[in-house]
Design a protein around this ligand. Structure first.
Ligand SMILES: [Zn+2]
Length: 58
């Protein structure tokens, strides 16, 4: 499973998501940051930051 805690990147956000597929996770993260943080442009830099914070969990 891949897990992402938004609070690792955006201070104060307590949204977390855990799914099997990293592509699906990125898509869910994109939906979340657009809805909760008003970030509608996911550029390479943001993708890199998000990837750094994705944890592999069993
Ligand atoms: Zn968030």
């Amino acid at each position: 499973m891949k897990r992402f805690a938004c609070g690792d990147v955006v201070a104060g956000c307590n949204w977390t998501m855990q799914v099997a597929d990293e592509g699906e996770l990125m898509s869910l993260i994109a939906d979340h940051v657009a809805e909760a943080h008003g970030i509608t442009t996911i550029d390479d830099e943001l993708v890199a930051v998000v990837r750094e914070h994705i944890q592999l969990v069993s």
